[in-house]
Write a protein that binds this ligand. Sequence first.
Ligand SMILES: NC(=O)c1ccc[n+]([C@@H]2O[C@H](COP(=O)([O-])OP(=O)(O)OC[C@H]3O[C@@H](n4cnc5c(N)ncnc54)[C@H](O)[C@@H]3O)[C@@H](O)[C@H]2O)c1
Length: 309
Amino acid sequence: MKIVITGGAGGTGSSTAFNLLCGPADHAGYEVVLVDTRPNMITSHSMDLENAEALGATASTVRGGTAEDALDADVVVVSAAVPLRLNTSRMVFLADNARIVRDVLEPLGTAAFQGVVLLLTNPVDPLVTWAHRQGWLPRHQLLGYTLNDSLRLRTGIAQTLGAHPREVDAWVLGEHGDGQVPLYDRVRVAGEPVSLTEAQRAAVEAYTGTWYTRHVALDSGRTSTWTTGLGAARMVGALAAGSEAPVPASVVLDGEYGVNGVSLGVPVTLDRAGAHVLEWDIGAERRHAMEQAAARVDDAVASLDDTLA
Ligand SMILES: NC(=O)c1ccc[n+]([C@@H]2O[C@H](COP(=O)([O-])OP(=O)(O)OC[C@H]3O[C@@H](n4cnc5c(N)ncnc54)[C@H](O)[C@@H]3O)[C@@H](O)[C@H]2O)c1
C-alpha cells in the first residue's frame, strides 16, 4: 500500500504518518510518502519518523516525495491547507483551501487516479462536494474526514455519565460544522441502549456545541492533530484491509438520506474501492435536518463558484 499524505509536513499530516507507522500489527506494511510545499519540514519529519520505524509494529516505511507520488498511490490523505487563524467557523477557509485542493486533486482527475482520497482539509463537506462537481473523482473514491464529531459526542456523553469514552457508541451525521445531526436515539454505553435525560443532553451539548470555538479561541495555531491523525490512520487501515465496521465519513450522496449531489457525514464501510454508504433509518426529523445541512453546504459551494469564477 502506497499512502501519500499531501500536507504531510503539517500537524494532522505528520500525526497521520506517525500513527500509520505505529499502527496495529494486523495492518500491512505501508509505504508512507510525505508531500508538502515546505521541503525542509518534510525532511525534518522524515529524518525523525524513519528512526521510529525500528519500533514499529509492521514493516511500514516513510519518506519525502513530490506531488507526482500521488498519481499511483492507493490512498492519498489530503491535509494541505492555509494556516489556522482565529475564527468561529471553518467556512472562512473555503476559498483559500479550495485553491489548494484544486492544485492537489485536479492532476488526479487528469491521471484517471485509481486510489482513494481521504480529505481532511476544512471545510470538508463543501470541499468534497465542490471537488466532486469538478469531475475529478467518482464519489466513492473521495471521502471527507468527519469522525471527530462522533468522537466528541462520545467524549461528552462519557463525561456526563461517568463512563469511559471507549465504552460509548454514539454518532453524528450531517455537516462537519453547524449542520451536525447527532443520533441521540442510537446511543449505547457498554453495549446497552441509553436514553439521556434532558439535563444530561444539555450537558453533552454544552461540551460538543462549544468544542470547536473553545479550541480555536486558544489561538494555539494548531488543530486537533492527535485525534485526527489517529482517526485518519484508522480509516486508512480500513481502506487498505477492508472493514465491515461502519465509520462516519463525508461522501457525496445520491438520494440517500433525501440528499442529492451534496457531501455530508453518513455511515460508510470502507475497502480498497473506497466508501460504501449505509442507509440507516434515522427518522423524519433527522432526515429533515440532513436536508437542511445539505442546503447549507450547497449554498457554500455556490458562493465558492462565484468567488473562484
Ligand atoms: N476534518 C477534520 O475533522 C479536521 C481535523 C483537523 C484538522 N482539519 C483540517 O486539516 C487541515 C490541516 O490542518 P493542520 O493542523 O495539519 O494544518 P497545518 O497548517 O499544520 O498543515 C497544513 C500543511 O499544508 C501544507 N500545504 C499548503 N499548501 C499546500 C500545497 N499546495 N501542497 C502541499 N502542501 C501544502 C502546509 O505547508 C502545511 O504543512 C486544515 O484545513 C484543518 O482545518 C480537519
